[in-house]
Ligand binder design. Structure first.
Ligand code: FAD
Length: 394
C-alpha cells in the first residue's frame, strides 16, 4: 500500500497551487477565504480559466476533453482547490450529468452538451429529490408521459441546489407507474426555460437561498432529451450517485477552516490570555487536526486500494466512511471557528462593526450552512446502513 506521494505527484501539487495563486481573481479569493458563498459569476469565470488550461473536467476520459490524470492527481487537484480555497467546478455538470452523458448518452447528446458543460456555458441542476422521495429516492412520483415526439412532465422536485441559476435540469421521472419502483424511472434532460416550469427559492437558516423547489406543470420535453433507454434511469442514477461520492471527504475544506480557527485563536484574547493557550480549546482544536490527518491517510488508503484493484464501475463502500468522517470534520471545523471568534461571530450580514476580525460576519452563516453536509449526498444514517451491509456484512 502506497501512502506517500511520489516526487512527480508533489511537483504536480506545486504546479496546481502556483496556477491557482497566479490566476484566481482576487475578489473571488477573498470571498472564499472569509467563508462567504461564491457568486454564479465567480464560478463561471474560474471554470473558464481552468478550461483554457485544460483542467475543467479533471475526471473525464481524454477522448471527451479530460486531462488524463490518475486518481491520485485528481485527488491532489481537488484538495488544492478546496485548501486554497478556490471555487470548485460545478459538480452537477462536471461530476454528475457529464459522465452520465458520455457513458449512456447518444452521439448527438455528447456533441451538444459535453463541450458546454466543460466551459460552464450551461449551468446544470439536479432534479432527483421530491417532497416524498429523498433517502428513498425510488419512491419519486414526478410523471413523464410520452406523447408523440415529446414527454409531458408533471410533478415537483425539491432541495434543488441553485435551480434559480440553472439553464438545464437533469431529472428522474416516472415513465412506467405499473412497474416495480426502480424499473419505471427514466433520466430526462430539461431546458429550464421551457414553459410550465416554476422555480421557488427556499429561504434557509444561514440567510441564503441556495436550494429551491421546482414545479413542472405540463412541461413539454423533446423525446430526444431522454438519456439511454426509457425505464432504465435508475441504473444511470446509481452510476451518478457513485460519482457524487468521489472526493466527498472534502479534506481541504476542513483543513482551511482549521488553519483559520488556529490563526484567530492565536490572536484573540479570553480572560487575559490568548485563546490558543486555553487548554480546553487547544485540546479540541488539536483533536480535530489529528482526526483530519487520520482521515487524509484513510483517503489515501482508499485511493491506493482503488488504484491497485482497477475500476469496477461500482462505488467503493469505503467512500461512505470518508463521507461521514469528512462531513463531521467540516462541521467541527466551523464550530471551532465560531468558538474562536466568540461574541464577534454574532455579527451577521450588514451588522459588521469595523473592528471585527476580517470576515467575522460570514462565520455564523457558514456554520449554519454546514449543517447540510451530513444530509446531502446521502445522509449519515444512510451511509451507516451502507457500511453495515457492504463492509461489516450485517
Ligand atoms: C443543502 C441541500 C442541498 C440539496 N441539493 C439537492 C439537489 O440539488 N438535488 C436533489 O435532488 N436533492 C438535493 N438535496 C436533497 C438530499 O439529497 C436529501 O435531503 C437527502 O437525500 C435526504 O432526503 P430527505 O431530505 O427527503 O430526508 P429523509 O429521507 O426523509 O430522511 C429524514 C431522516 O431520516 C433518516 N433516514 C431516512 N431513511 C433512513 C433509513 N433507511 N435508515 C436510517 N435512517 C433513515 C435520514 O438520515 C434523515 O435523518 C439537497 C439537500 C440539502 C440539505
Amino acid at each position: 500500500m502506497e501512502l506517500e506521494f511520489t516526487p512527480e505527484e508533489d511537483a504536480f501539487r506545486s504546479e496546481v497551487r502556483a496556477f491557482i495563486a497566479a490566476n484566481l481573481p482576487a475578489a473571488t479569493r477573498q470571498r472564499l477565504a472569509e467563508g462567504r458563498p461564491t457568486t454564479k459569476q465567480d464560478v463561471m469565470t474560474w471554470t473558464r480559466i481552468l478550461h483554457d488550461k485544460g483542467w475543467s473536467t479533471p475526471r473525464w476520459p481524454v477522448q471527451y476533453g479530460g486531462p488524463g490524470w490518475t486518481p491520485v492527481r485528481q485527488h491532489i487537484f481537488l484538495d488544492e482547490l478546496l485548501s486554497f480555497p478556490a471555487p470548485e467546478l460545478l459538480s452537477f455538470g462536471v461530476s454528475m450529468v457529464g459522465p452520465v452523458i458520455y457513458t449512456f448518452g447518444n452521439a448527438a447528446q455528447k456533441a451538444r452538451f459535453l463541450p458546454r458543460i466543460a466551459r460552464l456555458d450551461d449551468w446544470w441542476c439536479q432534479g432527483f429529490s421530491e417532497p416524498g422521495a429523498g433517502s428513498d429516492l425510488a419512491s419519486l412520483t414526478t410523471r413523464a408521459v410520452r406523447q408523440g415526439e415529446h414527454y409531458i412532465v408533471n410533478g415537483q422536485k425539491t432541495w434543488t441546489t441553485y435551480a434559480q441559476r440553472a439553464d438545464w435540469i437533469f431529472c428522474l421521472v416516472r415513465t412506467d407507474p405499473a412497474a416495480k419502483k426502480q424499473e419505471g424511472i427514466s433520466f430526462l434532460l430539461i431546458d429550464m426555460t421551457t414553459p410550465g416550469i416554476t422555480v421557488r427559492p427556499i429561504d434557509t437558516f444561514d440567510g441564503g437561498q441556495e436550494i429551491c423547489e421546482v414545479f413542472f406543470d405540463n412541461v413539454k420535453v423533446p423525446a430526444e432529451n431522454l438519456v439511454g433507454q426509457e425505464n432504465r434511469g435508475w441504473d444511470y442514477a446509481k452510476f451518478l450517485l457513485g460519482n457524487e461520492r468521489t472526493g466527498i471527504a472534502r479534506i481541504g475544506t476542513a483543513r482551511s477552516r482549521l488553519i483559520r480557527a488556529r490563526a484567530i485563536a492565536m490572536r484573540s484574547q479570553r480572560d487575559g490570555s490568548r485563546l490558543i493557550d486555553n487548554a480546553r480549546f487547544a485540546g479540541r482544536l488539536i483533536e480535530a487536526e489529528v482526526a483530519l490527518k487520520a482521515l487524509e491517510i484513510t483517503q489515501l488508503r482508499v485511493l491506493s486500494a482503488d488504484a491497485a484493484r482497477g475500476s469496477t464501475g461500482k462505488p467503493n463502500p469505503a467512500s461512505s466512511v470518508l463521507k461521514i468522517r469528512g462531513s463531521e470534520l467540516q462541521q467541527r471545523s466551523t464550530e471551532l471557528l465560531l468558538e474562536a471568534l466568540g461574541p464577534d461571530a454574532l455579527a451577521y450580514g450588514n451588522d459588521t462593526p469595523a473592528d471585527l476580525p476580517e470576515g467575522a460576519d460570514a462565520i455564523a452563516p457558514l456554520y449554519f450552512n454546514t449543517r447540510k453536509v451530513t444530509i446531502y449526498g446521502g445522509s449519515s444514517e444512510i451511509q451507516k446502513n451502507i457500511i453495515a451491509k457492504a463492509i461489516l456484512g450485517l
